[in-house]
Design a protein around this ligand. Structure first.
Ligand code: B12
Ligand code: SF4
Ligand code: SF4
Length: 362
């Protein structure tokens, strides 16, 4: 099995780390602590099913491979009227397919193996020496900075100790005196010790399908999926953030705010399919995308979007209506006020009524 790392390169990965399948008790304890301190909301967390004991995923597990796939982030800001999405979500599904093909190749070699996202992949990457944690809580794999996607492969055979197909850099897992990401995070979600308070992290509220707290909405910006502020401000990523490009025009068109807001119409199946083709089906769920697109529209404050927001204000999903009231309130034209006044007479849901009243008070 000497050629395992070269083979992974052929599948499009940049590095491979290999770890023994011992339970990751420290990570498990840390999650427990954060849940008990309210830094990780427990309900959403347990739905993720992340397992810190690899042998629960494969009883006879002998090794866990961590596959690293780098990508270039997009240039920002996106053109006006287009909601930003992180290249991470464009690239992740491609890497996932490659990880599954790689596991299939291993099975063809007589090794029982399967790809998984259900392990603590950052902690595993650090354990194998292919990356270091930094204070924004992300793992940096030299020379790609933090712009890497990680995938796990569990195997029932030990593969040789030749762990990496690129240079392993054992940098110190700390950031020295730097605290830029802590200061620049728009919602103050990064705690001094490098713990993320999930109740404050904008990304954690994206795609939740719930009513997003006001202070998060106010910090959201014209984004649909992903927040990269804590990576873009980091001096350890400066070299990666050179010569960036925007997504191709046809992709950008898919994320035009008016196109996204049209998801409120039953005829918008094709638009949803286009989104799924870019960020994957898991994230392309109509109500969730719509709820977040409305916030992005509110951040942009473009009066031309009022006619779309008027429609989303009557959409069946409560969070979409609640966000619509807020977004319309931010536009602050007389037409916006009329829409809200009419909605106040017709709306029956107490949460949406409260949002309409707050929006009218802006
Ligand atoms: C849940 C999750 C989220 C949650 C919570 C994130 C978090 N920090 O916990 C939310 C939805 C907010 C999120 C957001 C993002 N995520 Co995410 N997420 C995950 C997931 C599924 C689990 C992460 C996890 O285990 N969290 C629990 C905590 C307890 O684990 P931990 O962060 O490793 O905690 C350790 C460190 O804090 C360290 N530690 C403790 N004290 C200290 C002190 C110092 C100084 C340091 C340096 C470290 C340190 O020890 C802890 C225990 O081991 C992984 C995929 C996976 N299966 O692993 C992807 C993953 C971590 N996410 C990823 C990405 C890309 C993102 C985003 C950048 C997406 C985006 N563009 O918006 C943002 C970044 C936000 C951020 N700064 O973390 C990538 C990270 C790649 C990388 N380079 O590290 C992963 C690995 C997905 C993937 N397969 O590629 N994510
Ligand atoms: S992803 Fe955004 S909100 Fe979350 S910690 Fe990073 S900068 Fe803060
Ligand atoms: S911005 Fe500074 S503190 Fe934050 S991760 Fe980068 S080096 Fe560390």
């Amino acid at each position: 099995m000497e050629d395992i790392s070269d083979k992974a390169l052929e599948f499009g990965f940049d590095m491979v780390g290999k770890a023994s399948p011992e339970p990751m008790f420290a990570w498990g304890r840390e999650v427990k602590r954060r849940i008990s301190e309210g830094l990780i909301p427990s309900e959403a967390w347990f739905l993720r099913n992340i397992e810190f004991m690899p042998d629960k995923l494969m009883p006879n597990a002998k090794q866990v491979l961590v596959l690293v796939r780098s990508y270039k982030p997009y240039a920002e800001p996106f053109p006006s009227g287009i909601a930003t999405y992180s290249a991470h979500y464009r690239e992740y599904p491609k890497g996932w397919k490659a990880a599954m093909s790689f596991a299939q190749w291993l099975r063809g070699m007589g090794i029982n193996a399967f790809a998984t996202s259900k392990l603590p992949l950052k902690a595993l990457a650090v354990k194998t020496g292919i990356g270091v944690y930094r204070r924004n809580s992300l793992v940096y794999c030299h020379p790609f900075g933090s712009f890497v996607n990680l995938y796990g492969v569990v195997t029932d055979a030990r593969i040789t100790d030749d762990t990496s197909c690129a240079v392993i850099r054992q940098e110190a897992s700390e950031c020295g005196e730097c605290d830029i990401c802590i200061r620049q995070c728009p919602t103050g979600a990064i705690m001094p010790g490098g713990t993320i308070d999930l109740t404050k992290c904008i990304r954690n509220h994206m795609g939740s399908g719930n009513i997003v707290p006001l202070e998060i909405r106010n910090a959201y910006g014209v984004r649909l999926l992903g927040c990269e502020t804590c990576q873009r401000v980091c001096p350890k990523n400066t070299h990666v953030l050179k010569d960036l490009s925007l997504p191709q025009d046809n992709e950008l068109g898919t994320f035009l705010l008016q196109t996204l807001l049209e998801l409120s119409q039953p005829s918008s199946r094709e638009q949803l399919e286009n989104i799924a083709g870019i960020i994957g089906r898991n994230y392309a769920r109509r109500n969730r995308i719509l709820g977040d697109a409305v916030i992005a529209a509110g951040a942009g404050k473009d009066p031309k979007l009022l006619k779309y927001l008027k429609e989303t204000l009557t959409y069946p999903h409560v969070p979409v209506r609640a966000h619509s009231a807020w977004a319309i309130g931010r536009i602050r034209t007389s037409e916006a006020r009329n829409i809200l006044t009419k909605a106040l007479h017709e709306e029956r849901d107490p949460q949406v009524i409260s949002e309409i009243k707050s929006a009218m008070a802006i």
